[in-house]
Design a protein around this ligand. Structure first.
Ligand code: 3PY
Ligand code: MG
Length: 268
């Protein structure tokens, strides 16, 4: 696998756009990869994507890098996911220094950590094993910040050696703060700015989720994130169909012929 320039790509970039893949069928990833995003994020936290799907998604997206947003802080999950050859992992639910240190330890092969090595896809199925062992610790480790406790422990968490960056989960973060997910909410914005400042001060990469339905990316652009988890495959399909259905119906409803009958059919 030759994806080890990925951290450099993240560090040197602003606004890399990475759709979140939640549909298991790899043809969706192939379709989305073909339209030119900067990389993909496969969601193993909030979707049905499992380890087989993750591997198929990477084959479909090739040569585009795939990052896995994993289920949580689980030693064997981290090992299996990294074995598939992802460019990096995003670990949700991290709240303390101890959890951050565990995340690093589970993600790194010795001497930096305790991750076991084996002949998975990341090592060319064993064919490129010696090179893989040398390069394995370059797979990127990003922790997800989305709770009050994580905010309270932010400076210490981000100071743990071995993490490459942090990702802000605004849906969970605003739920935890008791606000709506709105880019005009001051409590949310000050949390985002605190995370950005602390992360940048340590030379870490920072990303955030931003839905396609929000047509106002200026507050994100003004803040200069390295990467954006930019909408999801689910959202793209539903949003585009919703808009298209509405647009077609508003035009067809304007015609009188058959309109009453169609309204009855649609229950409107
Ligand atoms: C959140 O916004 O909480 C996320 O985890 C984004 O996927
Ligand atoms: Mg979340």
């Amino acid at each position: 696998m030759k994806h080890y320039d990925f951290l450099k790509k993240l560090k040197e970039s602003r606004f890399l756009l990475a759709p979140l893949i939640s549909i298991t069928d790899p043809s969706i990833s192939e379709m989305i990869a073909s339209i030119g995003p900067d990389f993909l994020i496969a969601d193993m936290e909030h979707s049905a994507i499992g380890i087989n799907d993750l591997q198929n998604i990477q084959m479909a997206a090739k040569p585009l890098e795939v990052v896995a947003r994993i289920r949580g802080l689980e030693k064997n999950e981290i090992k299996k996911v990294l074995d598939t050859g992802v460019a990096g992992i995003i670990i949700p639910g991290i709240e303390t220094v101890e959890e951050t240190a565990e995340a690093v330890g589970y993600s790194k092969v010795p001497p930096l950590g305790v991750r076991g090595v084996g002949p998975g896809r990341a090592s060319g199925y064993g064919y490129a094993f010696s090179n893989y062992v040398k390069e394995a610790n370059k797979q990127v480790v990003i922790i997800q910040i989305e709770t009050k406790k994580a905010l309270d422990n932010l400076s210490e968490i981000l100071s743990v050696p071995g993490i490459d960056g942090c990702f802000i989960g605004p849906v969970d973060l605003t739920t935890a703060l008791g606000t709506d997910f709105s880019w005009t909410n001051q409590l949310f914005l000050s949390a985002v700015d605190k995370i950005l400042t602390e992360s940048r001060a340590r030379g870490l990469v920072t990303g955030i989720y931003f839905p396609l339905a929000n047509g106002n990316p200026e507050p994100i652009i003004a803040r200069g994130f390295n990467f954006i988890m930019y909408g999801t495959d689910r959202e793209a399909i539903q949003l585009e169909y919703r808009n298209s259905l509405d647009s077609f119906r508003s035009k067809s409803n304007a015609l009188t012929l058959g309109t009453d009958l169609m309204r009855q059919v649609r229950g409107r």
